[in-house]
Design a protein around this ligand. Sequence first.
Ligand code: 3HC
Ligand code: NAI
Length: 700
Amino acid sequence: MTEAVTVTRDGDIAIVTLDNPPVNALSLHLRKPLHEALMALRDDEAVRGLVLACAGRTFVSGADITEFGTPKALERPSLPDLIAALESFSKPTVAAIHGTALGGGLELAMGCHFRVADAGARFGLPEVKLGLLPGAGGTQRLPRLIGPMQALTLIVSGNPIGSGDALAAGLVEAVHDEALLANAVAFARAKADKGAALVPVSRREDKLAEAKNDLGGFDAAVAALLKKKRGLDAPARCAQSVRNGLVMPFEEALATERQYFVELVQGEQSRAQRHLFFAEREAAKVDGVGKDVAPRAVKRVGVIGAGTMGGGIAMSFLNGGVPVTILEVNREALDRGIATIAKNYDISVKRGSLTEGARDKRLGLLTGTTDYADLAECDLIIEAVFEEMAIKKEVFAKIEAVARPGTVLASNTSYLDIDEIAASTGRPQDVVGLHFFSPANIMRLLEIVRGGKTAPDVLATALSLARRIGKVPVVVGVCHGFVGNRMLAARSAELEDLLLEGAAPQQVDKVFTDFGWPMGPFAMGDLAGLDIGWRNRKALGKTAAIADALCEQGRFGQKTGKGFYVYEAGSRTPTPDTEVDTLITEKAGERGIERRDIAGDEITERTLYPMINEGAKILQEGIAARASDIDIVWVNGYGFPIGKGGPMYWAESEGLAKIVERLEFWHARTGKEVFKPAALLKEAAASGISLAALRKGKAA
Ligand code: 3HC
Ligand code: NAI
């Protein structure tokens, strides 16, 4: 093992190099020698300046998250101790930044007098994404360097910025295309030679003045930023802490920041968000797909069908810089599909989130065709045509006729059997499900459906491509609806009956939004369009008393101004409708159902508990490899509140024994299959072992 901290000299400039793979996190075994080195160098008269640099692929990317909640996190020297040591230097200190300077890493760099970076470096305070705030002075020093308004946006969003923006904002003093370390040393030496007074960042006040004089403006910016962060504690704490810096002396604001950090790190939300951080990384580790399995090269992607999903999937690849050939049944459908893609990019340009140059570059990567022969050059071909097995098989036969050997053949099917599709081809090993979520260019989740014969390097290809286009991949097995839609069906099974038995759509939706979902199921149905489900039901010979009746009246949801709710012209705000109440009462009457008051708990028990139960069945069957994979699916694909860590994580905190007991109650009362507790759930509840641990035991 290499030393975590080494000190070398370039003449009279000391270079302190941190080396704690993989991301140079500030673990205790690094903090200790770093503190010692800093104290020694500070008092070493032969040293006229200091450069802080990192070995490996990145600068320090934060505190060591695995230490949170353990004694190591509390052991000194702490990160604030290190920063205080740096700020006590009376000779120039320079951070030389490559890779990412994130969280505690950026805070450490802000403890230096100066920062120089290489052109590809990125800077951010992403703590909010872990349910935290920067706890080592980040909310105090960043505003002093780049101004409180810009700092507020960075801290509340948690999103990083690049070197160019960092230089413009004043976060770094210089950016170099090459020879970062040599340039950093030269920078330190020049500052030492100049002998000008050195002011630690914590003592700089000039950038605070404007916001101090306009607290009203600052508060308005806070309110706008927090609008979308409903239900989460950390963003509000981040904003409050930046504000404290405007109204309190530095030391007081710093101590308050630390206190907020300690509160948040012990809280449920941060625990849940940290669970999701590691769960996301865990999901990328797939049985049988080790590091030795090389992905196939993908230089061009083919997409078949330029409808809702095909268009969005194409955009996902174009956004990631991957050329796309898109195929449609005829010229008219193709032109329509391509026009929609162009229109979506135009909207982004209008909103200012995309430059015209970037739009043109992306559209320049897109080719349209109606001829399968034009797909011959593609390394991956994804079909997104109508959801019908016969059509899918026909399309796969046409793909197979033109695709080179080794081309990955994928289906975006939501429900259909990937093994059946694969078996219809002569190369089942190349077939995989790539289930994108709508809108595909926005939603981060990608369910990668592993067929019985899917080759490991096809999975490796899907995983690496997902990363390349910024998706969160989860590998799942074959079953009707895979992980997400299968659990969604279980969550939805009781919705109509709840209405018939006495609940109102707005009451059910409120239980969901109070829980933290962005929307309740009825408002969601209105948004997506009730006619889609209606058409599906008709095709399958199924019915839904209330939704069918609404559709028969032309109430398709937002698009017709009426659905489960009514919408004022041009508004997306759902207003409860007495006509719907009457309809529900009528339908209940026809069925001889006596309506009663339904409590919020009952709504939870009859929607979320069956969903957990289905998740346990999915685990039991090995459709998902881990409970945490299911959490990643739900958080990234269906808006499960991140502060609750995903359904399976939440279930543990709700209490598995309680869930089983209530499921058994409803099963006895209704006889419905959705309530019949899964064997794995019962086993976990009885043994007190978590679902995650139990499942791991099974897999081993
Ligand atoms: N602590 C501990 N482990 C970490 C870590 C951290 N801060 N950051 C990453 N890791 C681990 C990952 O779990 C992963 O482990 P694994 O290989 O065993 O799965 C490994 O490092 C590599 O991580 P990635 O797969 O994410 O690698 P990438 O190259 O894709 O991304 C990264 C690198 C951008 C640095 C990304 O890992 C990241 O965003 N890390 C978290 C950054 C962060 O949130 N920092 C703030 C921490 S909180 C803090 O600093 C509090 C302070 O204010 C007091
Ligand atoms: P869509 O109806 O919007 O688009 C389908 C497109 O495929 C149409 O443009 C049609 O012209 C084209 N098409 C039909 N047959 C074709 C053929 N033989 N060759 C070439 N093109 C053909 O449908 P949507 O919503 O995009 O769905 C496509 C697939 O994606 C389905 O399998 C669906 O289950 C799945 N899916 C849909 C989601 C959604 O929310 N809409 C989410 C995830 C998956």
